[in-house]
Design a protein around this ligand. Structure first.
Ligand SMILES: O=P(O)(O)OC[C@H]1O[C@H](OP(=O)(O)OP(=O)(O)O)[C@H](O)[C@@H]1O
Ligand SMILES: Nc1ncnc2[nH]cnc12
Length: 231
């Protein structure tokens, strides 16, 4: 087991604080000594529980499906109902934080617009920077641009050229992978800036639309919290 006190992790710390605080008050020993001792004891228990909870969490219970929206034939997987659910939202963010906590991520890149909602809190918890990929025409600085096809339409996205340092480690985040066009275009932007993509991740994957397969064939690791077959 890695010694947790060697490099205190603020995220785990926030979970443990309540327990430890009680211990500190009751015990009356030096803060450092007692606090660190608690971390050593609780670390395997806490990280084990967090993994089990992430494993069991299924966001589909909170996601609303709207048939034939925005066009006939599309089963729209609406994550607003997940975001509205206090615990569901928290568990969603926690799944990514636990997954990437020890990956030394420099930046979370979130895709306009729903990728911002989940990308920003993940970046905050990972203590990394957050970089927005925006629809064309929204960023004021010098940008790199990519065009792509959607399940319903086509679009262009941009990122500031100075948003990522060459060689930096990033995760790419969006709410959903359908045809994969958006993620692939965003991944190309990241690569144009010379950064390296640890994983591309989404809440929802629609595997039958082929996006995750395309991303994997392009060499990216893909992670999603749930899938809907047959879309
Ligand atoms: O895998 P794909 O086929 O590329 O589709 C997935 C993308 O489509 C949706 O965004 P949309 O373009 O509808 O924009 P929005 O977030 O502004 O609603 C979704 O949030 C993803 O970004
Ligand atoms: N089926 C779908 N549901 C929600 N967002 C989407 N973006 C592309 N396809 C989608």
């Amino acid at each position: 087991m890695k010694n947790p006190t060697a490099d205190l992790k603020p995220y785990y710390l926030s979970y443990l604080l309540t327990v430890c605080q009680f211990g500190i008050d009751a015990h009356g020993r030096g803060f450092e000594l007692y606090f660190q001792a608690d971390l050593v004891i609780l670390w395997p228990l806490y990280s084990g529980l967090a993994k089990i909870m992430s494993f069991q969490f299924d966001p589909r219970q909170y996601i609303r499906t709207v048939p034939d929206w925005p066009v006939q034939g599309v089963q729209f997987r609406d994550i607003t109902t997940l975001l509205e659910h206090k615990l569901g939202f928290r568990q969603t963010i926690d799944c990514y934080v636990h997954r990437y906590f020890e990956a030394d991520i420099d930046a979370v890149v979130g895709i306009d617009a729903r990728g911002f909602i989940i990308g920003a809190p993940i970046a905050y918890e990972l203590r990394s920077s957050f970089v927005p990929v925006r629809k064309k025409g929204k960023l004021p600085g010098e940008t790199v641009c990519e065009s792509y096809e959607l399940e319903y339409g086509s679009a262009e996205i941009e990122m500031h050229t100075d948003a990522l340092k060459p060689g930096s480690k990033v995760i790419l985040v969006d709410d959903l992978i359908a045809t994969g066009g958006t993620m692939l275009a965003a991944a190309r932007l990241i690569e144009k800036l010379g950064a390296s993509i640890v994983e591309v991740c989404a809440i929802v994957n629609l595997p039958d639309l082929g996006g995750s397969r395309k991303l994997e064939e392009a060499g990216y690791k893909v992670f999603s919290l749930c899938e809907y077959e047959g879309d």
